[in-house]
Ligand binder design. Structure first.
Ligand SMILES: [Fe+2]
Length: 267
């Protein structure tokens, strides 16, 4: 198998004005730095995958700024829906690489598969109405589509989604941020052939971390906007000051091994 290289980014939280900040961080400037550093890599990735929260609030102007920044990337870009995103605006304003929808467009869900290098990326959409909270929930038809897709393809695959599917060992985050039916997703992934399933990649936590649970790799990339604390007993969402700009390089080797390398830059 040919080696495949994907750059994983997440939670850019663009605002409607170029001067928009998140907790004092100039998000446009920081995402521009992200793009500059990706373009400076000494290799060309097969694609970029952004696991959601492209914008801070659904707003046409914010997506236009995002489109402008990401248009400097020279390889296909794919997006998952974050809890802060709007699918209709994403489809209208962002440029996606070639993809096949796994649920009908009319459902206003970004659930699709895409061929990236030698692998298949399956992107799931677990967004719930914002008034329900910052967690996710995967509709049954997406779980079914995932199972069908796994059964119908011999190609190695990775899953991309905004929300964590397993507890991370931090009280507030585990109560408030996961996809609520993460067990159903985990059991489908657990039943996939071990030599075919490469890992699940997500954001939402605003921090890089890896979970290895029952033989499955779950890997999160941090946010260029801000980072959350994640102490075991914290009752609320805390923030770290002066955080670096980060992205992850996911590579799938010729023999199908998954490797994740974090890149971080002082802003
Ligand atoms: Fe976020």
């Amino acid at each position: 198998m040919k080696a495949t290289h994907i750059i994983h980014i997440s939670d850019t939280h663009f605002g409607p004005e170029r001067e928009f900040t998140v907790r004092g961080a100039p998000v446009l400037e920081r995402s521009q730095r992200l793009v500059t550093e990706i373009n400076a890599l000494p290799f060309t990735p097969d694609a970029i995958v952004h696991t959601g929260d492209v914008v801070n609030d659904p707003d046409e102007a914010a997506y236009k700024i995002a489109k402008d920044v990401f248009s400097d990337l020279s390889v296909p870009v794919y997006y998952a829906t974050g809890n802060h995103d709007d699918v209709m605006m994403m489809r209208e304003h962002l440029d996606f690489g070639a993809l096949d929808l796994l649920v009908p467009e009319s459902e206003h869900r970004l659930c699709y598969r895409a061929q990236i290098g030698a692998i298949e990326a399956i992107v799931l959409d677990a967004k719930v109405p914002p008034e329900e909270g910052p967690h996710g929930f995967l509709p049954q038809n997406q779980l079914d589509a995932l199972s069908t897709s796994i059964a119908g393809s011999d190609r190695p695959f990775a899953v991309f989604i905004h929300f964590p599917a397993r507890p991370i060992g931090a009280k507030w985050i585990d109560e408030n941020l996961p996809v609520k039916n993460g067990d159903a997703l985990h059991s489908i992934l657990k039943s996939a052939p071990k030599n075919k399933f490469l890992g699940m990649f997500f954001g939402h936590l605003h921090r890089g971390m890896q979970i290895y649970d029952e033989g499955i790799l779950y890997s999160a990339v941090s946010s260029p906007a801000c980072q959350f604390t994640a102490g075991p007993d914290e009752e609320g969402c805390g923030f770290l000051p002066d955080v670096p700009v980060c992205f992850n390089h996911i590579s799938i080797s010729e023999r199908g091994a998954t490797q994740v390398k974090e890149y971080s830059f002082n802003s």
